[in-house]
Ligand binder design. Structure first.
Ligand code: GLY
Ligand code: MN
Ligand code: MN
Length: 431
């Protein structure tokens, strides 16, 4: 609770005068009357730890008594019998640190009291249309009150811009949670390496990963697992399908748990039978070299562009060495000749969202890394099955290696370093 309160205070201090509103994520129907599993909006959770739908957080430093107000579903025995307990207005105050709480149905009625005569409203318009509509009605009502001396906010500022900059810099508590997420994901990947054998289907491995996540109390994966065997490893956003994994093939697993609302995002590629073939080994070693060189470039002031450039250079160099490209290295890089084999970027921010928030550019330039940013480093090489200009022995090989990295004072800490990665360690983990 103190961590959440400190975050609210930091945001309020940065906001200056004004009122901020953060709506919950909407409930989503899956089909007929079945709902998708509910996950709270990351911004609202970051500020409160409150995980119920149909709620809104209001932060203000222009109210005499409260700075944090929660609008929530009130306790209601008939509904709680079906859906489980609610915190209710009492719980919102006692357990989630709100200074005041009201039933969500009262938002429309109470909002004008908080927004009247306030100049600056901090709100992300067009994210949640239900809250937009209540807010717009409130603004119109206040505008009509001008002859009575009531004014409506004149400035509307996107509340997420500053908040997302806060989320980009991880606190010690957040880093501790991300280390736990990484440890659970490590165990899941180790289990996948140990249990995979020829004849199994991809979805069986997905089930093994989820087994570990749930065993540790994780609510869900951070994203749907990618388990691509054989040529499926070359499909970047393939999901764990029903293909049978064959002797002699690689399987690429891109999977991570979400632990207490924090994502991990790890990719390992290993042989289904536990032994790399010569061609697989050559591609794998090259991707590993690229990842090592890219991770070595992670430090304060470096940019994601420099990290990507390092991965691209190592990959292009290696593709020349094994004969998949030929020509002058700088020209090949300049002309992006590596792109048929490496067509995605090397890094993204990681946090509560797997592709986490925070600006990638500042003033039109790649932003310099700072201590406590968390990012992935995930180069890969993918050789299409129909790449006719490529020697047949390489076709259908897809390798990606992905780790989660914290920027430290002078370099990098790899959160997921415990997941086997060298050829020897991977083969040992598969045995
Ligand atoms: N698993 C999504 C990604 O690697 O970006
Ligand atoms: Mn990934
Ligand atoms: Mn990733």
């Amino acid at each position: 609770m103190s961590e959440f309160a400190a975050r609210r205070k930091r945001l309020l201090d940065a906001m200056g005068d004004g009122v901020a509103l953060f709506p919950s994520a909407p409930l989503a129907l899956r089909n007929q009357d079945v709902e998708h599993p509910y996950r709270q909006d990351s911004d609202l959770y970051y500020l409160t730890g409150f995980d119920e739908p149909e709620s809104v957080l209001l932060l203000t430093n222009q109210h005499e008594e409260h700075s944090a107000v929660l609008f929530v579903r009130p306790k209601k025995r008939e509904r709680e019998i079906w859906d489980g307990p609610r915190a209710g207005v009492e719980g919102a105050v006692e357990r989630f640190g709100a200074d005041a709480a009201f039933p969500i149905d009262e938002l429309r009625k109470r909002l004008p009291d908080y927004l009247g005569n306030v100049d600056r409203l901090h709100y992300r318009i067009a994210k949640d249309s239900d809250t937009d509509s209540i807010l717009f009605d409130c603004l119109n009502q206040l505008r009509r009150g001008s002859r009575r001396g009531v004014t409506a906010p004149e400035v509307i500022i996107d509340s997420s811009v500053h908040l997302h900059e806060m989320r980009l810099r991880k606190s010690p508590a957040e880093l501790a949670t991300m280390r736990e997420a990484a440890a659970i994901t490590e165990e899941a990947h180790l289990r996948a390496m140990r249990l995979t054998k020829p004849g199994m289907r991809e979805y069986e491995i997905d089930a093994e990963l989820i087994h570990i996540y749930r065993q540790h109390g994780c609510e869900r994966p951070a994203y749907e697992s990618i388990v691509g065997s054989g040529p499926n490893a070359t499909i970047l956003h393939y999901r764990a399908g029903n293909r049978i994994m064959n002797d002699g093939e690689l399987v690429l697993i891109d999977a991570g748990c979400e632990h207490e609302y924090y994502a991990s995002d790890v990719t390992r590629t290993f042989p289904v039978n536990g032994r790399f073939s010569d061609a697989q080994r050559a591609i794998y070693e090259l991707v590993l070299r690229a990842q090592d060189s890219a991770i070595a470039a992670v430090k304060p002031k470096a940019t994601l562009e420099e990290i990507h450039a390092q991965a691209v250079r190592t990959i292009t160099e290696g593709l020349v060495d094994i004969g998949l490209l030929s020509g002058d290295l700088d020209t090949l890089i300049e002309e992006k000749k590596y792109e048929p084999f490496y067509m995605h970027r090397t890094s993204h921010w990681l946090g509560m969202d797997v592709h986490d928030v925070g600006r990638y550019y500042l003033g039109g330039k790649h932003r310099p890394l700072e201590q406590d940013f968390v990012l992935t480093v995930e180069p890969g090489i993918y050789i299409a099955t129909d790449a006719e200009d490529v020697d047949e022995r390489w076709r259908g090989i897809g390798v990606r290696i992905e780790d989660d990295v914290v920027v430290t004072r002078s370099g990098a800490e790899v959160l997921t370093a415990g997941v086997p990665k060298t050829i020897a360690d991977v083969e040992a983990a598969c045995r």
